[in-house]
Design a protein around this ligand. Sequence first.
Ligand SMILES: [Zn+2]
Length: 684
Amino acid sequence: MKSGWVDRDAEAIVAEGAKSGIDRDLALRIYTTRLFGRDPKLVLHGGGNTSVKEVMRDRLGADVEVLRVKATGADMAMIDLAGLPAVRLSPLRKLRALGEIGDDELVGIERASLIDPAAANPSVEIMLHAFLPHKFVDHTHATAVLSVIDQPDGERKCAEVFGGRLAFVPYVMPGFGLAKKAIEVFERAKPSDGLILSKHGIVTYGESAREAYERMIEMVSRAEEFVARRRKTTAAPVRRGAAEVAHVAPIVRGACSEKDKTIEGAWRRLVLEFRATDAVLNFINAKDLARISQAGVVTPDHTIRTKNWPLVLPPPDPTKLAEFARVAHDMAGQFAVRYHRYFEQHNARVGHIKHELDPLPRVVLVPGLGLFGLGRTKRDAEIAADIAEAWVEGVSDAEAIGRFESISEADMFDCEYWPLEQAKLGTRKEPPLAGQIAAITGAGGAIGAATAKAFAAAGAEVALLDVNFAAAREQAKTIGPSALPAVCDVTSAASVRAAFDAVASAFGGVDIVVSNAGAAWQGRIGEVDEEVMRKSFELNFYGHQRVAQAAVKIMLAQNTGGCLLFNVSKQAVNPGPNFGPYGIPKAAELALMRQYALDYGSDGIRANAVNADRIRSGLLTADMIASRSKARGLSEKDYMSGNLLGREVTADDVAQAFLHQALALKTTADVTTVDGGNIAAAMR
Ligand SMILES: [Zn+2]
């Protein structure tokens, strides 16, 4: 590992800081914190923290000694001044006299000691930074260091690798107790460079930001070299087909879902993120996977993201996926039972004061294929997968130099259920479609794009499918980094299959499909070309059938129900003059929706339709509005708002109707009318 320090960059950040009154030490504190944050081998997703001690003038003009320490959960790569709240140092140091202190009381004292009362909560490891006397203190969970210290003889290995430059602190749960233990060890051993926190991580310190940072780099490099010399070389792993991921993922996802006990028909689902690097494949194909996979986390704060152990499934045989589904379901059930037992046992130990978290796995290993990270959002799934990859590397290297050993199950429980760790995950109320995956066809157009936005705002992960990939990508960009654009020509069975494979690979499956792609053809029915009728049926009828079929296949594999939504338009029930080539396949689409509701209701799959009218879109263009209004003998304005309410209907109105149908768990075979009122198009 090389130092990322660049004098020019450091001076640039000092100069930039000077403009807003940030002194040199603080600017360099920000600089090296960002250097740590950009290397996942040093820190991952809110793990690790840094601090600087300095004197600042408070609001009353008095000079006070403060500790600026990373805010809890803050991303080091993006740290700014707000991510380093300043806390008065002297009250913190006085706490050393106490034998112990409760979390609430400690957080209360920290908050009362903040210079800015509105600042973010400081890191849970604040007391470690406060007690150490050094100006700059850095703490990471560097993977290579964990491989060296997560060992039965971690202390001996630590001495071998780091010499006397880091002193060894035996395992204590993060927080006040660890800070007291660490300062005791420091005062006894007076190590020159820092501390090893057994089974947890490394601390380095220095009188300058650069000194503390480069000591960290040097120590981590020593660990990397020690491991690299002993790492076994393994043959390149065999990679299986990508299509297989698309077929296995929905089974895994379904097995790792649970019924919502409070609402009939509702499920608690997770989103998946797939990884299959060489390191992952070598790990999951190892002979002793059963032992090493269950040995525990590499550092305590990973447990809130990955739980203590992953679910390990058997290798799937692509020709026997039904059998794989049955086994996966049983094993996920056993995982939940084991988790519940673990909770009960340790909750009893602490006096029954904790509330059980959901018992679903957050990491699933599938030998031969890869690993899945699971989370309530795509982002959470990615974080779980990133941490699982670091865990794979840490455990593999620990095994190469000895034998991996984690903290005890009781210690893992104490971290998993520590309120200050849980606080890192936030307490926001979940949106109604959290954990669900929605695919929308024709998502590059007005109604499709509005629907994708409405579903994303309701918490779903969205896939935007369109024959025009650039249009889908443009719309996806406005939603966010997790929104998936994919090319999908609904007139081609192969294209539809490929699009749904892409959705299942990216998210793990699909729960809601909005079959919306369509285009209009006109012609007087007795004279229209048969070719025009066939073209329209290909898109406006068979297109929906292909999409629904591809979706149902995934939904059945998940076995957690689902929701098919069709844009049938008012033409399905109220034909317009010379509009037969469009209206007739739309009427067949309405019958298609009812057939899906009938045939798949017993599988919990609902099918509903929205009957919308006159929405400005790619289908109803300005030219179309001109010609349709002329055909009806109306002005364009009267044509667009020619309904009982006299209001123009928008793409957002249609999107809200689809959203309502997605949420109405007791409704199937329904048509919701969104047309401002048109008695001739009323359903009967
Ligand atoms: Zn830590």
